[in-house]
Ligand binder design. Structure first.
Ligand code: AMP
Length: 545
């Protein structure tokens, strides 16, 4: 006979995280650099109180469980209140990436059927452009006070502050099924329309619990956490949930993400740990090197969203910052792996440690990974066999929003990444499957070739793409941005590869450009590069220097 455990049942709801922070670490600060340009500071207790005001306002406006509320906002305290106030009443906080094309944003708002859309003042021109395309939105709300509303606007507009003003600072958070949806985020849609990923209260809460552990993001009440990674893309890697969970001070950087702005903010607020894509850290390191500024409290930068070039890790270390490489994706809420040390790491030589640090890391508790070959057979964890990376776990997508068919294969989600896994469980992404370079039937890792280029002192950024080739089907082509004042030639850069990769991996040519196209989430836009340069070896294209 089954015997049921006799412990309390409390559904895993996001509201409980903020309530916990307000009750137990209520005086800990949330500091925000606002779009308005100034610094705003209040406490978890205040954030909870205003989130309850918002919950009251939403409820009296008729927003009910399951309704979608869109947000187009930078990382800031009002966005935090929307996360909790909206999800707390059982509605869905639909975070929208403002860097997508306006038509894609309108598509997403319509597809999600957002009833209310809240946006930062800086996105007012964008909203004016798309509002007429989204007729089912009942209310457009600017995240500001009444006085800051523009005198005229394309559609009727409300101010967030007036909306919540006067509402009671008390609200009894409803207890409902933890499988209810809490947050909706669309993929970047580099091919085709973006697809919705609908996170549940349970999946986000479990990810937050797992993410704070020492082998994951290692967060504690003594940390000051600054998510540079935006709250409009995959929950800012869960930090708006995990920081209150441990009672860590939260520093939200708003729209200014250049090296100088971040360095100053981190120093002023005593930030100890932050998270962002490699391009953010390239900007910070550049600034720190140029100015000689150092920040002794800022010790850990979590790097993900794209591969962390080893050279970046070295430069960061020279500035006193350890990089922690992590991998994830929208469909994984996003945390999948973190490159934390395994037993034996400490006794390895520096070169070996650097090789491990360059990997995307080990699956965090709650996530399982495997790599499979073209026939679906599981490949060995030998650090050499590269195959399609599959994931399963408590916060992995089951199916896309509004799509009946599940993409799962035998209970596993095909990530679209190609990877190796070594005997210690360290996973290394070699490519996005569509970016892999197949030369004479063999695979070449574009990421590895980019990492070598990026380790050249005169290269600021590099992308490697598959380029059609008359003999080998595809050959690697490097597209690179030189540092200012560099006169590096293609031949010199190619010679730099000697001894660093197999000879047949070395790109056939280099094209220098002034900048590389980035996606809405700061990743290299290889599709655009392939469209522009993909026939370079058959037809020729822009001349290389
Ligand atoms: P997104 O869903 O927009 O967050 O993109 C997820 C994709 O970004 C993954 O499937 C990977 O291709 C890529 N990605 C994320 N983190 C890393 C990383 N640390 N190294 C290499 N690629 C990464």
């Amino acid at each position: 006979m089954n015997l049921v455990g006799q412990m309390m049942y409390m559904p895993l709801l996001l509201s409980s995280l903020l309530q916990q922070a307000a009750r137990h670490t209520g005086s800990v600060e949330i500091v925000s650099r606002r779009v308005e340009g100034d610094i705003h500071r209040y406490t978890y207790r205040d954030c909870h109180a205003r989130s309850m005001q918002l919950a009251n306002a939403l409820t009296s406006r008729g927003i009910v469980a399951g309704d979608r509320v869109g947000t187009l906002a930078w990382n800031g305290y009002r966005h935090m209140e929307l996360y909790y106030g909206v999800a707390g009443i059982g509605a869905v906080c639909h975070t929208i990436n403002p860097r997508l094309f306006p038509e894609q944003i309108a598509y997403i708002i319509n597809h999600a059927r957002d009833r209310l859309v809240c946006f930062d003042m800086s996105f007012a021109p964008l909203i004016e452009q798309i509002a007429h395309l989204c007729p089912q939105v009942e209310t457009w709300m600017m995240l500001c006070g009444e006085a800051a509303l523009p005198p005229s606007f394309a559609v009727p507009l409300e101010s967030y502050e007036s909306f919540i003003d006067g509402q009671p600072q008390h609200f009894v958070w409803p207890q409902f099924d933890e499988l209810q949806a809490a947050v909706l985020c669309y993929t970047s849609g580099t091919t085709g329309n973006p697809k919705g990923v609908l996170y549940s209260h349970r999946s986000l809460t479990l990810m937050a619990y797992a993410s704070v552990s020492p082998d994951a993001l290692c967060l504690s009440a003594c940390d000051v956490v600054s998510p540079v990674v935006p709250m409009f893309h995959v929950n800012a890697w869960g930090l708006p949930f995990s920081a209150p969970m441990v009672g860590a001070k939260l520093v939200l950087p708003g729209p200014k993400l250049d090296g100088e702005s971040l360095c100053t903010l981190f120093e002023q607020e005593g930030v100890t740990v932050s998270a962002g894509v490699p391009t953010i850290w390239l900007g910070l390191v550049d600034y720190m090197r140029r100015t000689g500024k150092r920040n002794p409290l800022f010790k850990r930068a979590i790097v993900g969203g794209a591969a962390c070039p080893p050279q970046l890790a070295t430069s960061m270390r020279e500035c006193g910052i350890d990089t922690i490489h992590a991998w994830g994706m929208t469909e994984l809420s996003p945390l999948g792996t973190v490159c934390s040390p395994s037993p034996g790491y400490a006794s390895k030589c520096a070169d070996e440690q650097a090789r491990i640090d360059a990997k995307q890391g080990r699956a965090i508790a709650g996530i399982d990974l495997k790599i499979v070959g073209s026939g679906g057979e599981e490949l060995p964890w030998d650090g050499k066999s590269a195959g399609d990376l599959m994931a399963r776990g408590h916060w992995v997508l089951d199916r896309y929003y509004g799509v009946d068919q599940s993409p799962l294969e035998d209970g596993w989600f095909p990530t679209g990444d190609v990877a190796t896994i070594d005997a210690d469980g360290y996973m290394q992404i070699t490519d996005r499957s569509k970016d892999v370079i197949k030369s004479g039937g063999e695979w070449i890792s574009s990421i590895e070739l980019e990492n070598v280029a990026m380790s050249h002192p005169e290269i600021a950024m590099a992308a490697c793409i598959a380029c059609e080739h008359p003999k080998w089907d595809e050959r690697p082509l490097l597209i690179a941005v030189r540092r200012p004042d560099s006169a590096l030639t293609a031949a010199e850069l190619l010679a730099f590869y000697d001894g660093k990769v197999a000879k047949w991996w070395i790109p056939n040519d280099v094209i220098f450009v002034s900048e590389l196209p980035l996606t809405a989430t700061g990743k290299l836009q290889k599709l655009t590069l392939r469209q522009r340069f993909g026939k370079h070896y058959v037809e020729g294209s822009a001349p290389s220097a």
